[in-house]
Write a protein that binds this ligand. Structure first.
Ligand SMILES: [Zn+2]
Length: 116
């Protein structure tokens, strides 16, 4: 299972992830220590702290799909209102307020609801 403490990120493949820096994008990220066999990455903030919960490629794809559906669903033209409604919607169905913390099953359920 994916476990996280303050600065330890475990890849969905089970290996430890290591903090790296993308010089071009000037961004920190975690890369799997099994690279190049495993190409999972995970975002990090400027201090090297992990953001969200690490996910495999399929989950990341689902998260992107969900964000797109949420954008369509909550597109009322009022940005601040949207973010609040979105957070409440996510929290109501998953107990989380951020897409980056959702698992596959949660995402699939929400996609089904949004696409009805
Ligand atoms: Zn890995």
């Amino acid at each position: 299972m994916v476990k996280i403490d303050e600065k330890t990120v475990i890849c969905p493949c089970g290996a430890r992830m290591v903090l790296r820096h993308n010089r071009k994008l000037k961004k920190n990220f975690f890369g799997c220590s099994n690279y190049p066999e495993c190409t999972n990455t995970h975002s990090a903030d400027n201090d090297g702290a992990p953001l969200g919960i690490p996910a495999d490629a399929e989950t990341r794809k689902l998260r992107t799909e969900l964000k797109e559906e949420l954008n369509k669903y909550f597109d009322t033209g009022d940005r601040i209102q949207d973010v609040g409604d979105r957070g409440r919607f996510l929290e109501h169905y998953t107990g989380e307020t951020r897409v980056a913390r959702l698992h596959k099953d949660q995402i699939r359920k929400l996609l089904m609801k949004l696409r009805k």
